[in-house]
Design a protein around this ligand. Structure first.
Ligand SMILES: [Zn+2]
Ligand SMILES: [Zn+2]
Length: 212
């Protein structure tokens, strides 16, 4: 059999959890219809199938239900919150759901962020980007949790938003600081002015198994 680079790395197995192999408590955490909502600071409200409503403190590993308070068990509510976080249905402690302020997509962002950015719209430090106005290449220093109309460019006595080259961008966008390669002075840009540089795609010549 010929292995191509598209060969899947995972085994042929079901991803459905085997409820019969679990303890009854663990299986109920998966099976029962529970509604979970985020309170904040790692706390969640779980409305159970039987009509009860309990508060889970995930970092503290506590729940207000009798199974936990009376019997000290890791109850189905604690387990359910952990499952929903792992499945990407709920934000983990310290995060909240919010609409990205650039593209509008819903994302889980740090609780204290004023200007939420989705994974696609946020830059990591040291990421290489391109200035859409000039074509210059830059390196990201950090995203600033402040709007372009709140950040001053002191030398020019203007804000980032009202600088002439930035008028086409939303003044409510977060500011990103970036340096020119080899430079150390950070310049401030509205987020959308900087474009992520696409990763270099492998060429046909370097792809294994390619034939001419
Ligand atoms: Zn509980
Ligand atoms: Zn976005």
């Amino acid at each position: 059999m010929t292995h191509t680079r598209n060969t899947p790395a995972s085994q042929a197995e079901s991803l459905v959890p085997d409820l019969d192999a679990m303890t009854p408590r663990a299986a109920r955490a998966w099976r029962e219809r529970m509604a979970v909502s985020v309170i904040g600071s790692g706390r969640y409200t779980v409305a159970s199938e039987s009509g009860g409503s309990y508060t889970v403190d995930l970092p503290g590993k506590r729940c207000t239900c009798p199974d936990h308070t009376m019997r000290g068990e890791r109850c189905k509510h604690l387990r359910r919150v952990a499952i929903e976080i792992t499945e990407g249905r709920l934000p983990r402690p310290g995060f909240r759901a919010a609409d990205c302020c650039v593209c509008g997509r819903e994302a889980f962002v740090p609780e204290t962020t004023r200007l939420p950015l989705c994974e696609h719209c946020s830059f990591a430090p040291d990421e290489r980007v391109r200035d859409r106005e000039t074509g210059d290449l830059l390196v990201v220093v950090r995203s600033v949790d402040r709007r372009a109309d709140e950040v001053d460019i002191e030398a020019l006595e203007t804000t980032v938003a009202s600088h002439p080259t930035n008028r086409a961008y939303d003044p409510g966008e977060p500011v990103v600081e970036a340096v020119y390669p080899g430079g150390d002075h950070p310049y401030s840009f509205p987020r959308s002015r900087l474009a992520r540089r696409p990763r270099t795609a492998p060429t046909a010549d370097s792809a294994p198994g390619a034939t001419g």
